[in-house]
Ligand binder design. Structure first.
Ligand code: ZN
Ligand code: ZN
Length: 593
């Protein structure tokens, strides 16, 4: 997972259900005459984005567009109507372009904008999460971003923070008016997350003020307002705690809403049910492969001990044994750091794709505000900061209890830390991000497709192994299958829970028995699936679509097919849905022989 994506997903809840608080002249009514060439489309795109940010200041801040940092969006009926008007206006404007006259890149932008505007309408008119998801109301994410990202001098950022706080009490008053029969799980989450973020307003803001030369009298005004804002946040959580909710909505989305959400969010060539069916088949296939490898490895690790008759028990025993191969807690960070040059070398030696040495990955210890999320994660530059650095944040286990560290290290053992680094860094998220930033489209960055991002990272893991990464050791392949089962079972779980009636017991049983997860991990996954929908399917769906595309591309190119050329071409389209990349890559006739 990429940190940016987490923030984006967090904000996305607020974004489209409510975002575009524009003035009247930006929305509704007849559109201007629009040209039919690429130049006209580029002008239109820029106007679209300018209006988008004005209507949606939180989102603008999160993508690095800082003109509206001092503004806070207020969630209410009137602003939702403005959003609907805006979406309608943009869909109408798009229809005035002749899509066939546009370049390949602009055609993809066109389709992504159209999809996002339809998604916005659907969210307001059909999904209506603003009525049942109290966790969609949370101001803290953007405040934390303004404090922690060093895009402008601290004093300037703090003054924007101060201005933005003025409307926090109104924000939560309006939030309370929108909520009807909320989902119980999302009510708890809202309380937890709003209280969890309180220290940003109450403490971090004041601490940061001390580091500036803002006059003391002004600082007093600023901290007073922070106290009022913090009070409003607490007031909201008190209101939620006291809320009488005799008929809460189920946390399950239901089959129809799920299919629609999947369609807009994932933008796949298949529907959710088809992907679910494919995931069931994939799980069965992986179990078969894991059993084969485990049988082959058994004598090496267990000598003449009898092989368990039950294949899942056999695989589980083998994984358990291999998990004991891990580094010491103190060596965790350095072990991960040392992997990156090794991965770079492998990609170069095998000629899998071209790495850009001018955009190096900077490895850093996890910054304080990310602490708690151990392991490793990527922070890439935003759409408006394409020359910015890519950071690989590596967590430390120094302050962990020995038991907690041991359990974590068994999970992130010597095999999995390599797969994790392939996924997050090379040639996974980091490399995809570098290629995406070469595509000049801001639309593709801001509407970046999560299934493409995650699919690429999962695809990259398998591609490395298929090219004999890790000396083609069966142990590495077995552990990759375990890791991969997580993606596959995420899809099965999400669909079964939201389109069906899978219970917590059934879910935990599947994750522990069939995906070989620890109890704690499975419990965490249950919590995630009860407060989110569709996102968990992005890993496997994106992966599957890339594999399907590569097969089709191989057939098309015949003996001209080269893996490196496929990889680079695929990435050159930026973070677009695989479905649209596929249409582009398969459209052109093959090169003349
Ligand atoms: Zn990821
Ligand atoms: Zn151990």
């Amino acid at each position: 997972m990429i940190k940016n994506i987490i923030l984006k997903l967090f904000l996305a809840v607020a974004i489209f259900m409510a975002a575009f608080t524009g003035c009247k002249k930006d929305s509704g009514g007849g559109g201007p005459l629009l040209g039919k060439d690429n130049a006209a489309f580029t002008i239109y795109e820029n106007n679209f984005l300018e209006a988008l940010w004005k209507l949606n200041p939180d989102w603008a801040t999160s993508v690095g567009y800082h003109k509206y940092d001092s503004l806070l969006y207020i969630p209410n009926e009137q602003n939702r109507q403005k959003m609907l008007d805006f979406a309608k206006f943009q869909i109408d404007s798009l229809s005035r372009f002749e899509i066939t006259t546009l370049s390949e890149a602009n055609r993809i932008d066109y389709k992504m904008m159209q999809n996002q505007m339809e998604y916005a309408q659907w969210q307001i008119q059909q999904l209506k999460a603003y009525e049942w998801d109290p966790s969609s109301y949370n101001v803290v994410g953007t405040f934390a971003y303004i404090l922690n990202e060093h895009y402008a001098p601290l004093a300037k950022r703090l003054r924007n923070f101060y201005q933005r706080m003025a409307e926090v009490p109104l924000y939560y008053k309006d939030a309370e008016k929108q909520i009807k029969n909320p989902v119980a799980e999302l009510t708890s989450l809202a309380i937890e997350q709003n209280l969890g973020g309180l220290s940003v307003i109450e403490k971090d803001f004041a601490d940061s003020l001390k580091k500036t030369d803002i006059p003391k009298a002004e600082q007093k005004l600023m901290t007073d307002r922070a106290a009022t804002a913090a009070q409003a946040i607490k007031g909201y959580t008190d209101w939620l705690k006291a809320l009488k909710n005799d008929h809460p909505r189920s946390f399950r989305l239901g089959k129809d809403l799920y299919e629609d959400k999947f369609k807009y969010e994932i933008v796949s060539a298949s529907n959710a049910q088809q992907v679910y069916n494919a995931a069931l088949k994939r799980k069965k296939y992986i179990h078969g492969e894991m059993a084969k490898i485990s049988r082959q490895l058994w004598p090496k690790y267990f000598g003449s001990k009898a092989i368990p008759a039950d294949t899942l028990a056999l695989v589980s025993a083998m994984i358990d044994t291999l998990s004991s191969k891990h580094v010491k807690p103190d060596d965790f960070q350095s072990a991960i750091v040392q992997l990156i040059p090794k991965l770079n070398d492998f990609v170069k030696t095998k000629d899998l794709l071209t790495l850009d040495p001018s955009k190096p990955l900077i490895i850093r210890k996890e910054p304080g505000y990310m602490a708690g999320v151990a392991g490793a994660s990527m922070s890439g530059p935003g759409p408006y900061d394409k020359d910015g650095n890519s950071y690989y944040n590596v967590g430390s286990l120094a302050s962990w209890s020995p038991e907690k560290a041991e359990s974590y290290l068994r999970e992130y053992n010597q095999y999995i830390i390599q797969i994790l680094s392939i996924h997050e860094a090379v040639p996974g998220h980091y490399v995809q991000g570098v290629y995406a930033n070469k595509a000049p489209s801001i639309i593709k960055s801001v509407f970046g497709n999560g299934a493409m991002n995650e699919g690429w990272a999962v695809y990259a893991e398998e591609m490395m192994l298929d090219n004999r990464y890790g000396n083609n050791e069966p142990e590495m392949r077995l552990m990759w299958y375990k890791w991969h089962l997580r993606s596959v079972c995420n899809t099965i779980l999400d669909y079964s829970v939201h389109s069906g009636n899978m219970t917590k017991e059934q879910a935990i049983k599947m994750l522990t028995n069939e995906a070989f997860q620890q109890q704690a991990e499975a419990e965490g996954k249950w919590k995630r699936v009860s407060v989110s929908s569709v996102q968990l399917t992005s890993y496997y769906t994106g992966y599957k679509e890339i594999i399907d595309l590569r097969d089709a591309y191989k057939t098309k190119m015949d003996d001209k097919y080269k893996l490196k050329e496929f990889n680079e071409k695929f990435l050159s389209y930026g973070s677009a849905p695989v479905k649209f990349i596929k249409e582009a890559m398969l459209a052109k006739p093959p090169a003349k022989k």
